[in-house]
Design a protein around this ligand. Structure first.
Ligand SMILES: [Zn+2]
Length: 212
């Protein structure tokens, strides 16, 4: 009974954190031990508005648009670094998403999409993986599919297929400069060698460097 109560409290804490980061109530109810009405009520308490309704987005193509390959790969690498230290999947997910938001400033991948990506990646049986760009000064992580065939990958930024590269780099004078793809890779490397601590650890500070 006491154990059940503590699980409920823990799930409510996780749900609150997920809501603050933008997850919709229906997904929270699906991944935590909460009913949909409970999740909706908590969403309203925290945000002051109703949760979006309807299905969560499910298109896999979303993750393979040039810029999203970089975002998706960054998120997956962060999760891979944190998961061995934070055993509970949902806590590791929250921590990885917090780090991802810290790196990119204005993250393009909403948290609902990030959860879907994680499930997709774990169920892909190696057909979806993260590769490092073969350009030595870049080495950015990029999401690739096995059927794409190449063993040496060039990331979308080095291919010149990122119409958003300026947005990724940020403009001088901005308060928060998002990481460039290479800077994100470096920050992930730093994270991999340090203990993560509790699940809501502060994201690493990514140094802004010129993008490719
Ligand atoms: Zn590259």
């Amino acid at each position: 009974m006491i154990k059940n109560r503590s699980i409920q409290v823990h799930h409510r804490q996780l749900a609150s954190e997920l809501i603050r980061r933008g997850m919709r109530a229906s997904l929270i109810a699906a991944i935590l031990d909460m009913s949909l009405p409970q999740a909706r009520q908590l969403y309203e308490e925290i945000t002051g508005r109703s949760s979006p309704s309807g299905q969560t987005p499910r298109s896999n193509d979303y993750y393979f648009a040039p810029v999203m390959r970089l975002h998706a790969a960054t998120f997956i690498r962060l999760y891979q670094c944190l998961a061995p230290q934070i055993k509970e999947t949902r806590e590791a997910f929250i921590s990885a998403y917090a780090h991802y938001c810290g790196l990119w400033g204005r993250p393009r991948m909403p948290i609902d999409r990030a959860w879907r990506l994680l499930q997709l990646f774990r169920q892909s049986d190696g057909t979806i993986r993260v590769a490092q760009c073969s350009v030595p000064r870049c080495r950015a992580y990029t999401l690739v599919q096995a059927h794409e065939g190449a063993t040496r990958y060039t990331c979308p930024a080095c291919q010149g297929s990122l119409e958003v590269s300026k947005r990724l780099r940020g403009k001088s004078g901005r308060k928060h400069k998002p990481a460039s793809p290479p800077a994100a890779s470096k920050a992930i490397g730093t994270l991999a060698t340090k203990p993560a601590g509790r699940h809501l650890v502060r994201p690493p500070t990514a140094r802004h460097t010129a993008g490719p």
